[in-house]
Design a protein around this ligand. Structure first.
Ligand SMILES: *Cc1c(COP(=O)(O)O)cnc(C)c1O
Length: 367
């Protein structure tokens, strides 16, 4: 159904308990962490089969009223996005490739049988939240305002079929620099017992269900002193796919940079595609293909692979120092982050924070 030719008209209902400027400044000056503090407002837009998208609001951040029979609570019909707002030195506020996130939200919606929000409405929802909550975009180095757009099936019906009512929301959380005291390589746990996604499943969609499936192996990673899990392909258990929430790159000593080809069960990261472009710009030989786990282990052991890193919006680029499994460990956690990893990280954040020209037209001004 496409009723939404005209842009949605927003009703803006300012919060009657928004924090004062002084309270907000005090919070922003402290330890921000990630996903702990939320701004004063949120966006909500409703959808139902009869009316399409309607009832767009900016209103006080607060609990949602959901019928206990809402489909999301029973059948997990939920998708989300992650995108940041960056404050530039002149005070202006920008975001990075929002159309790419809006298009991915549409693909996720299609897979989870949820309605598709027009991409222009996705971008507008970020703009609407910034219009009222711009004071929450922090200005400390490497800090940002993390938007969490999400969509849930709200219809109160226990029959198993796509819900005929849904809600789209955007909340936002000021986020501090991911790494304190410099970027430090992390250890990664190779999961052999679990997969995050199946062939024909929802691995390519950004949905909560994929994360639910990754939590138990994630716990195993923590128990083994690692910070994230590496998942292998769900069919043969032989090829590397991605981490629970980040894509992976291998850097070869001969100047190649390699990442797993999109397989249908890998989430197509906006950071991944941006890094592929930046690597091409640097004249590196870029390969998207199947990578056997043995290639990683042997390549690191022989020195042919000189650097490994993970990437995603939240942490941008994270060097991987070591890969560990039940009976092996390759790499060196104490070695410094690689030069290519750090140069790519630097270039991407320089573009995002407006420190270098945006030659690909990736930045969109929100305010
Ligand atoms: C969000 C996400 C990523 C990274 O995507 P970006 O667009 O770069 O933030 C990678 N893997 C999974 C499973 C994700 O959910």
């Amino acid at each position: 159904m496409n009723h939404a030719a005209a842009p949605l008209a927003y009703q803006v209902i300012p919060s009657d308990h928004a924090r004062s400027d002084a309270q907000r400044e005090a919070l922003l000056a402290g330890e921000l962490g990630f996903g702990r503090i939320f701004t004063d407002h949120m966006v909500s837009i409703q959808w139902d089969k009869a009316h399409g998208w309607h009832d767009a609001q900016v209103r006080a951040y607060g609990p949602l009223a959901l019928d206990p029979a809402a489909a999301v609570l029973h059948y997990g019909q939920e998708i989300f996005e992650g995108i940041k707002a960056y404050r530039h030195a002149d005070g202006s506020i920008w975001t990075f490739r929002p159309e790419a996130n809006g298009e991915r939200l549409q693909r996720s919606a299609a897979r989870l049988a949820l309605p598709q929000l027009p991409v222009a409405e996705f971008v507008e929802s970020l703009r609407q939240l910034i219009a009222i909550d711009h004071g929450w975009v922090p200005s400390q180095p490497e800090s940002s305002l993390y938007f969490r757009p999400f969509m849930i099936a709200t219809e109160a019906f226990l029959g198993v079929r796509p819900a005929q009512a849904a809600g789209y929301y955007v909340i936002a959380s000021p986020a501090g620099a991911y790494f304190h005291g410099g970027v430090k390589p992390v250890g990664i746990w190779l999961s052999r017992d679990y997969a995050r996604a199946a062939k024909g499943g929802t691995g390519a969609a950004k949905c909560g269900g994929n994360y639910a499936a990754s939590l138990l192996p994630q716990q195993e990673a923590y128990a083994n002193g690692c910070s994230q899990v590496l998942f292998l392909d769900p069919v043969e258990g032989r090829y590397i796919e991605e981490l629970g929430g980040m894509n992976v790159f291998l850097v070869y000593r001969d100047g190649r940079i390699v990442t797993p080809a999109l397989s249908g069960s890998i989430l197509e990261g906006v950071t991944r595609s941006s890094i592929l472009q930046l690597a091409r710009d640097r004249g590196m030989q870029v390969e998207e293909r199947k990578i056997a786990i043995d290639e990683w282990m042997q390549g690191v052991a022989s020195g042919e692979i000189s650097e490994v890193f993970a990437c995603g919006t939240a942490a941008v680029v994270t060097p991987i120092g070591q890969l560990k499994g039940k009976d092996f460990a390759v790499g060196d956690l104490d070695a410094p982050a690689g030069a290519v990893t750090m140069a790519i990280r630097r270039e991407l954040t320089d573009i995002q924070y407006g420190r270098v020209p945006d030659r690909h037209g990736w930045m969109v001004r929100l305010r």
